[in-house]
Ligand binder design. Structure first.
Ligand code: NDP
Ligand SMILES: O=C(O)C1=N[C@H](C(=O)O)C[C@H](O)C1
Length: 246
């Protein structure tokens, strides 16, 4: 995602790359942030977070939860707003992010694509309309490099549906099935995860009834939409001092 963001920022007429961070062991440290594509950005990749943020108004973070939190503390110290695309946070980590939003402005979304966020609205509507008589299953597929499961997007879809049905996802989510599982609990929301190849990101929510089923799907064919959505979030944060969209 770092490379997609550098590309999207380079192509935009209102955003400027002011820093590029990676971890201390990265072989890319010291290189120009555009070196991977042969295009110069005049920004060198650094692991020095304070230095990387020193000319920035907003940090866009796609790393790992522990990296995001480290970056977030630096953003708070330096008054830099934050867009979080990283997924896989625990409840405690999410609470820490909500606390930080009292000091800086934060947008956090497990999926930055416009299409997925529209899909979340469709799911809210569908769940309310099919609140009984339909079994709800969420199926997601991603590339072989993805480290968290189910995806942040699938979990968000589950939360939206559970909220619409007046359920708590913690009580009704079924993340795995194996062996003699017994019949399906009608109040459950099931998750199935596929990992393989270079699948960018597919999500389908199935409402399986008697004699029919409805499937609402979103499929990403490029990661560019995530980068564009992140810039949109950064623009939204421009001029904001505190608060969060989670
Ligand atoms: N919200 C959205 O729309 C999207 C969210 N994502 C999420 O973004 C995250 C990153 O995905 P992706 O770009 O594919 O992953 P990558 O592994 O390709 O990139 C993550 C980068 O973060 C670095 N990193 C790892 N740990 C740390 C750390 N502790 N501190 C600082 N940097 C760190 C990695 O370094 P190194 O390679 O050296 O380990 C790597 O450069 C995932 O959580 C993914 O689910 C992804 C796409 C869209
Ligand atoms: O790791 C990815 O690639 C993606 N992660 C996000 C998630 O966990 O939902 C968003 C998108 O599906 C791509």
């Amino acid at each position: 995602m770092g490379q997609m963001l550098i590309e999207a920022i380079g192509a935009s007429d209102d955003c400027l790359l002011a820093g590029a961070l990676d971890i201390a062991t990265s072989p890319a440290l010291g290189q120009d942030a555009g070196a991977y594509s042969g295009k110069q950005t005049a920004v060198n990749i650094t692991a020095d977070i304070a230095a990387g943020l020193s000319h920035s108004q907003c940090l866009i973070d796609f790393t790992r939860p522990e990296g995001t939190l480290e970056h977030m503390h630096a953003c708070v110290a330096q008054g830099v707003n934050l867009v979080i695309g990283t997924t896989g946070f625990s409840d405690e980590q999410k609470a820490e992010i909500a606390q930080a939003a009292k000091r800086i402005a934060i947008v956090m979304a497990p999926n930055m694509s416009v299409g997925v966020n529209v899909t979340l609205k469709l799911l809210d509507m569908a769940a309310r309309a099919m609140s009984t008589g339909y079994d709800i299953e969420i199926i997601e597929a991603h590339h072989r490099h993805k480290v968290d499961a189910p995806s942040g997007t699938a979990l968000k879809m589950g939360e939206v549906i559970a909220d619409a049905l007046g359920r708590d996802l913690k009580d009704c989510a079924v993340y795995a099935r194996e062996g003699v599982t017994g019949e399906r609990d009608p109040s459950s929301i099931g998750f199935a995860t596929i990992r393989g190849g270079d699948i960018v990101g597919d999500h389908t929510v199935m409402f399986a009834g008697t004699g029919e089923r409805i499937e609402i799907s979103h499929k990403s064919s490029s990661r560019a939409g995530y980068a564009q959505g992140s810039l949109r979030a950064a623009r939204f944060l421009r001029g904001k001092a505190t608060g969060c969209r989670l």
